[in-house]
Every structure is written in structure tokens, then in C-alpha cells.
Design a protein around this ligand. Structure first.
Ligand code: ADP
Length: 490
């Protein structure tokens, strides 16, 4: 099949606006898909950060009245990306986070704001913008998830739809009274429609009406169909199991390239791995750790939240620092966790160093200097830090869940003797198993040849977007052949 036009609908896109991995995916996929002969235009809300970077905006569609006031869709480019921007100042011209008010609380009208995004997505999907008739619509997470529902209730012909779930924990539930305000019919409020435990469930609606459901790793795709991992949506996902699949995320291998990284005092690659220890020395200095080349140095780059299992790490720290282990952490999030790590840094001065911030440069230095990178998540749809770690030679230590299970080959005896190990896995996620994994890592570290081999295997693994883009393109091509019939199955 020749080239396809894809409409992507997302509430954030790197590098214009980012709060998490969704932005990375929405920002990186269009470029990777261009090599697969796919033209992707992304519809995003007109937040101030987006409006400021939009080049040559051209009005493409006008609304006299749209969720409370006039609005328009602008076509243009931003940071090299093809964009449609929903210019609705009454909904999006607000500073700071896309989702939270200045007090850190969800904007009270988030239900309207993201219904508006999805409504605009459905309108563009039907081809009212000259020169862009989408062959397929790809929506991301709850914020865009009503698009397939609008297309369903609008009736008439429509392109095929895919929804990608980046984290099932965020579902977008709103009171039933919102139904009229967002322009959905009363009969949508039932179990086969948008109703979800008495609320209007935006993600639920997307899962109900999209022609395909993807998530960001094959293991997470299986996990979300179980009662333990399904967060209330497993029943619906099991019912639609034959259209659910997992496609791993990649990372931008230009941004994450240890050979050219300006944040590394000493760049390196798999041929020049002997340059790497210099970064460890600088990292130790930066984190107030003892300058000891022989100490196994464990890094962490993470949001500090329950999902990320960092509380388990606090419990396992005595095992980590025993016999000379060191710990360098960069993260921010829950106050109690920050306090716990600050206290640990005082208690284990010279062995534990913490920075509580969001710091891109330090994240790169930890990846390029630490011997191991810890990712003890309780659940992890895909995870990006372990991919960066593989590329930068920081051997990942991960829980055997979600995308972590799919991207790290455990250094068990069989994998070591076959020469294919890239890291260490442990399960279940608890402090005892984590401490055990840390001890295994220390034992590996005593064996120079095995450590080097494991490090190099990781560095040579393909963690780029090339493979994932091919899989998305294949899915798009399959789906564009048979749209409407699949939709009716919901
Ligand atoms: P999530 O999106 O759930 O937070 P991911 O592993 O998918 O987790 O993505 C996290 C991304 O954010 C990674 O690229 C990681 O390097 C980056 N990151 C997380 N915390 C920090 C921090 N404190 N400083 C710099 N980068 C961070």
C-alpha cells in the first residue's frame, strides 16, 4: 500500500509540552513513521507553550461556539512536527501543567477540556480540513479517548481508530451530569457505551469503541487483562482480547547517544567502553560519594511514587551500602519518599547521594556513570529509563513486570553462558527480592569479564524507534483495510 495519512490525537507532545512518557511517544513516532511512508499530523491542545512554538499557523477549521466560546483549529509546524492545534483560549490558555492548576489540583473543567480535544479529533477525522483526509486515527490515553466514541455516536462513514494506553492507572472519570455538556447522547450512558461504575469513563469509552487497542509492551498488554493489573477495566479488555496488543516504546537514539552526549564529561561507545569509568568518577564527585572506582555504584532516575517502588529501595538500602556499595539518586515526587532518601543520605554519608529535582543533564550523567540502574517498579507499562540504561552501559536491575520484563534479559546462569544477558530481573516486587537482586549484581560486579559482556550486550541492543515504528505501520496498514466492520463489534 502507498503512503497513509494518520491523525494522531494527544494531550502532550515532546518537545513542545511534556509531563511523561506519552509526550516522548507522541513526539518521536511521527518522525520514525515517516520512514515507513506514513504522514502523521498530531492534534494537540493550544496551551501557551504550544502556541508560542507554532510556526506559520493557518486557520484550518472554525467553530462559532465550541464548549463555551468560539474556537478554531490551526494548522502549522512546531519543532519540526506537523500539527493541528486546538486554539480554544477559554480551555487551554493557562500557564503551567496541562492538567493541574497552580495549587497542583486537577483543573475543575478537565472533563470539558479533554472532551473538546476529542471532539475536535473526531471532526478532523471526518476530513473537513482541505488537503488532509485521514486514513486512520490514533488516539492516546484518556485525554483523547472520547474520539472513537464521538465517531461512533455521530454515525456515518469514518476512518479506523486505534487507542494506545500509556498507563491504565489514569482513566479520566467524570460525573454523569457532564454528558449533555460534552455533546454525547443520553443513551451513551450504559454499560456498552461510556458508562463506567456510574461515571462517564473517558478511557473506558475509548477501549469500548476503538477498532484496535494497543499498549506499550506485550507483557503489559497481558497484565491489563488480569484482575490484578486491570484496574477495573480487565473485564472489558478480556472481552476485546483479540484486538489488544503490545508494541514496545523506543528512545530517541540521537538524544540518547553516549558517543556524542554533551552531558557526559567523557563520551564513549561500545568500541570505546574503557572511557566510561571517567564518568563514574565525575558522578561520584557530583553526588558527594567516596571517590572509589572499585565500589559498585547503583543509580536511580525516577518519579518518586508508589508505582516506581522506590519505597522498596529505601528498605533495601542497608543491603546496598553493605560492603561498600554506593547509591546515586535523582528524582522528585512524594514528600515522604524525598524525606526518607534525605535521611538515608545523612545516615550513609559518602555512600548515598540524592538530588531532588528534574535535571536532564544529571539523568544522562547517572546513566553514563553508574554501574547499575535500579528500576524496582510495582507495575511499568513500558519504562524508558531501563532503555536509556542499556544504551549507556548502566546494567539495569528491574522487576519482572510490564515492559521491564520485555526489555531486559536476566543474567541467570543459562543467559550468562550463552552470552546474551543484559541485566537483572527480580520478582515479586518487594524489598527482600530487591536486596537479593542487589547482592546478585554485586557478585556479577566481581567478575570483570561477565560484567563487561553484560554491559556490551545492553549497549548493542536496538532500543530505537525503528522496530516499533515498523510494527505500528504494519498495524495501520492492516487496519486501514477493514475499518467500520471491526468497530461494530464493541
Ligand atoms: P514515567 O513516564 O512513568 O515517569 P518512564 O520511565 O516511562 O516513566 O519515563 C520517565 C522519563 O523521565 C525518562 O526519560 C527519565 O529519564 C525521565 N526522568 C524521570 N525523572 C527524572 C528526573 N528527576 N530528572 C530528569 N529526568 C527524569
Amino acid at each position: 500500500m502507498s503512503g497513509m495519512n494518520i491523525l494522531s490525537v494527544a494531550s502532550e507532545i515532546y518537545p513542545l509540552i511534556k509531563t511523561g512518557g506519552l509526550a516522548d511517544v507522541a513526539g518521536a513516532l511521527p518522525g520514525a513513521l515517516a520512514r515507513e511512508n506514513m504522514r502523521v499530523v498530531t492534534l494537540v491542545p493550544g496551551y501557551p507553550a504550544v502556541m508560542a512554538k507554532l510556526e506559520k499557523p493557518t486557520p484550518a477549521h472554525r467553530y462559532d461556539y465550541f464548549f463555551g466560546a468560539p474556537a478554531q483549529i490551526l494548522a502549522g509546524k512546531g519543532c519540526g512536527l506537523d500539527l493541528f492545534v486546538l486554539d480554544a483560549a477559554h480551555l487551554f490558555a493557562r500557564p503551567g501543567s496541562p492538567y493541574l492548576d497552580p495549587n497542583g489540583v486537577d483543573w475543575a473543567d478537565n472533563g470539558l477540556r479533554f472532551a473538546a480535544l476529542a471532539r475536535a479529533g473526531a471532526d478532523v477525522a471526518k476530513g473537513p480540513i482541505p488537503g488532509f483526509a485521514p486514513d486512520l486515527v490514533h488516539v492516546h490515553d484518556w485525554q483523547a479517548a472520547l474520539t472513537p466514541a464521538y465517531l461512533h455516536y455521530d454515525g456515518g462513514s469514518r476512518p479506523a481508530t486505534i487507542i494506545t494506553v500509556h498507563n491504565l492507572a489514569f482513566q479520566g472519570g467524570f460525573p454523569p451530569t457532564i454528558l449533555g455538556a460534552i455533546g454525547l447522547p443520553g443513551h451513551a450512558m450504559n454499560i456498552d457505551g461510556v458508562e463506567y461504575y456510574g461515571s462517564v469513563g473517558y478511557l473506558k469509552a475509548g477501549l469500548q469503541f476503538a477498532d484496535r487497542i494497543t499498549t506499550v509492551s506485550p507483557t503489559y498488554a497481558r497484565e491489563i487483562m488480569t484482575p490484578e493489573g486491570g484496574m477495573g477495566l480487565d473485564g472489558l479488555l478480556r472481552k476485546r482480547a483479540d484486538i489488544v496488543s503490545g508494541i514496545l516504546n523506543g528512545i530517541d537514539d540521537e538524544v540518547w547517544n553516549p558517543a556524542t552526549d554533551i552531558h557526559l564529561p567523557q563520551p564513549f561507545n561500545s568500541q570505546r567502553i574503557d572511557n566510561r569509568p571517567r564518568n563514574k568518577t565525575i558522578l561520584q564527585k557530583r553526588m558527594d560519594l567516596a571517590p572509589r572506582p572499585d565500589a559498585p555504584l547503583f543509580g536511580l532516575v525516577s518519579r518518586l511514587s508508589w508505582q516506581k517502588g522506590v519505597d522498596l529501595l529505601l528498605e533495601a538500602l542497608p543491603a546496598l551500602v553493605a560492603d561498600g556499595g554506593q547509591f546515586a539518586m535523582l528524582g522528585s515526587g512524594e514528600k515522604a519518599l524525598e524525606d526518607g532518601f534525605a535521611e538515608a543520605a545523612r545516615r550513609h554519608a559518602g555512600s548515598v547521594g540524592c538530588v531532588f529535582a528534574y535535571d536532564e543533564g544529571l539523568a544522562h550523567l547517572i546513566q553514563g556513570g553508574a554501574d547499575f540502574l535500579l528500576v524496582p517498579s510495582r507495575f511499568e507499562p513500558c519504562g524508558l529509563t531501563q532503555l536509556c540504561a542499556l544504551r549507556y552501559g548502566a546494567i539495569p536491575i528491574v522487576t519482572r513486570v510490564g515492559g521491564l520484563a520485555d526489555t531486559v534479559v536476566d543474567a541467570n546462569e543459562a543467559a550468562l553462558s550463552a552470552g546474551v544477558a543484559t541485566g537483572l530481573q527480580f520478582a515479586p516486587p518487594n524489598a527482600v527480592e530487591l536486596a537479593h537482586a542487589i547482592r546478585r549484581a554485586k557478585a556479577l560486579f566481581q567478575d570483570d569479564a561477565a560484567t563487561r559482556r553484560t554491559r556490551l550486550n545492553g549497549m548493542r541492543a536496538d532500543v530505537s524507534w525503528r522496530g516499533p515504528a515498523k510494527r505500528y505501520a504494519q498495524l495501520y496498514r492492516e487496519l486501514a483495510g477493514a475499518p467500520a466492520a471491526a468497530a461494530a463489534a464493541a
